[in-house]
Design a protein around this ligand. Sequence first.
Ligand SMILES: NC(=O)c1ccc[n+]([C@@H]2O[C@H](COP(=O)([O-])OP(=O)(O)OC[C@H]3O[C@@H](n4cnc5c(N)ncnc54)[C@H](OP(=O)(O)O)[C@@H]3O)[C@@H](O)[C@H]2O)c1
Length: 306
Amino acid sequence: MTLVSRVKMAVDGPECSSLIQGYWRMGEWDMDPQSRLTFLKQHVELGITTVDHAHVYGSAQAPCETLFGEALKLDPAMRDNIEIISKCGIEVMHSDAPSKYVNHYNSSQSSIISSVDTSLQRLGVEQLDILLIHRPDMLMAADDVAQAVELLKHQGKIKHLGVSNFTPSQFALLQSRWDSPLVTNQVEINPVNLAVTEDGTLDQLQQLAIRPMAWSCLAGGSLFDTSSTQMQRLQTTLHEIKLEIGAQSIDQVVFAWILKLPSRPLPIIGSGNIERVRSAVAATTLTLTNQQWYRIWVASKGHGVA
Ligand SMILES: NC(=O)c1ccc[n+]([C@@H]2O[C@H](COP(=O)([O-])OP(=O)(O)OC[C@H]3O[C@@H](n4cnc5c(N)ncnc54)[C@H](OP(=O)(O)O)[C@@H]3O)[C@@H](O)[C@H]2O)c1
């Protein structure tokens, strides 16, 4: 059985599993607490010990962190076998919000601190292994973020800080005010949306030897929808390459495509189906040639390189 390897996120960063289990869609999995615990144990057995959460995942009635916390409560010792990531910084409208209230990003000290406190309480744990600032806030005052995070670290509520969906300049700005290294930038990486391969995001992480985390590796499932010509081109090429490399599915080809990136992303698995999780683990043994990697790029773009 292929087991997922352990990696360091950055030179002085934390150790994580090289595949991460995402919990954004947990509310759709229709699992009771015992089944959630079973799923957690199954992916930990595969070596996937790092789990990705966010304050905003799930519904107001059933936040994903609470669903996960209910499962963890059935076997509290599991806490010692996993690394928990959660995110702060998005404020969503509640049903009792004033009529002109809009969802917004909030990286103020009070928002960061209360978000972490809520996450810890929902998860039923005392510390997050990694806190990520979920989205770049146009009103982010980097000194405020650094102060809030310093306090949380001092209180033992978080171990490490990273960011998500930050541009290279936003990353550099926050790093300039925070003494410890930011440990990751969690960004969308898949063959459908090539933005971070072109805008310097992955170059910066490669330069700094910081591992990106890749979200929506399968484009949120839209990769399997053939209603657009881009998806049709991609599916045709992915199927061809699947046969060439002996993969079991086009999902595996996509994971191999992401793993070939020299910034060495850590893919976050979105599925709640353990067989699909196993398939992603098996994909870590597959390799693509540069030709195959670029054939997928060309299929996505609909044109060749200049
Ligand atoms: N930082 C951010 O801003 C951000 C944004 C989005 C996500 N994330 C993180 O990244 C994780 C992964 O994102 P994601 O859920 O969008 O990942 P994804 O792997 O791109 O999409 C998962 C979806 O694809 C479906 N799927 C997988 N394989 C399939 C197949 N062979 N055929 C049809 N459908 C298939 C899954 O359904 P099944 O469950 O039925 O397999 C699930 O609904 C999230 O859980 C979250 O932790 C972070």
